[in-house]
Design a protein around this ligand. Sequence first.
Ligand code: ADP
Length: 327
Amino acid sequence: MNQNIAILCSGGDVSGMNPALKRFVEYAFANNLNPFFVYHGYEGLIDDRIVPAGYSDVSGIITRGGTKIGSARSERFKESSYRRVAAENLRKRGISMLVVLGGDGSFRGMEQFYKESGIAFCGIPSTIDNDINGTDYCLGVDTALGVIRNAIDQIRDTASSFRRAFVVETMGRNCGYLALVSALTSGAELCLIPEIPVDIEEYKECFASQTSSGRDYFIAVVSEALNASSTVAEWFERELGFEARVNVLGHTQRGGNPSVYDRLMAYRFVTYAIDALLAGKTDSVICYTKSHFVFRTIDEVALHPYRLDEELLSLGRGQFLPSRCQR
Ligand code: ADP
């Protein structure tokens, strides 16, 4: 008899989850598995929202952001009594394997669930923040970067027509990855992230000199972690005499048509995850490091905080430290 396998999305949604669902159904059938969807993350596991999935459920979804099966955070899943209900819901359908798209919190929850129930899982790192330890790439990041690039390119059009400073605030929780990559690739003048602490006052002389040589707009990318966008805008107005505007990109960064890279990574992550479960791996996360896929334990991804890649940081320092400011 064919084995049963389920997939769910937990925590923040990302663009790339729908391509992952499509690949999940197709690759499950290719391996003679019966695929199931769990709607609304761990909440759906508890509430028994577990349904068989077929090709028709995934047709046409590859171009869509978000996730067709919904995602959720679940306080109840943190309690063992609810996890027992969740396990029973899977058992009664003969589901012994789960693919989980989520972040380190979701994987931590799943590890606990596996220890209690014996139901195996493989995690796929999915967050636009790109802040999961042990993987260079999380599903959704490339699409989010594309959204930010479009926004900054458009802001540049208006900024250059009207003497203004624009402060663009990006997501990323405590991680400066989105802000740094976006600032580097959009030609911003200023990038403020927690990993490269600077005193904004140190830019004043350099920016003033740029202004007297003809610069008539500035673009600053500021990570949400610093909670400093308004302060930076006020600084441009007060110290440099520029009218300043703050643009908080917010949840636009989560949505949008999944990029080619995210579609491909979704396919690759899901393929590795199903292969791992079929090979008997019980509680791992499939990571992408130095252009290779590797399986890591939950402790490796969830016990340690993520640290931004040193090479990227040194590019950032070379470009954005006050001492490197081009007069
Ligand atoms: P992310 O997966 O993006 O890091 P969260 O940290 O919000 O997001 O975790 C998502 C969900 O994972 C939580 O709502 C909860 O249901 C579950 N979870 C997180 N930590 C635990 C835990 N220690 N035990 C059980 N479930 C957990």
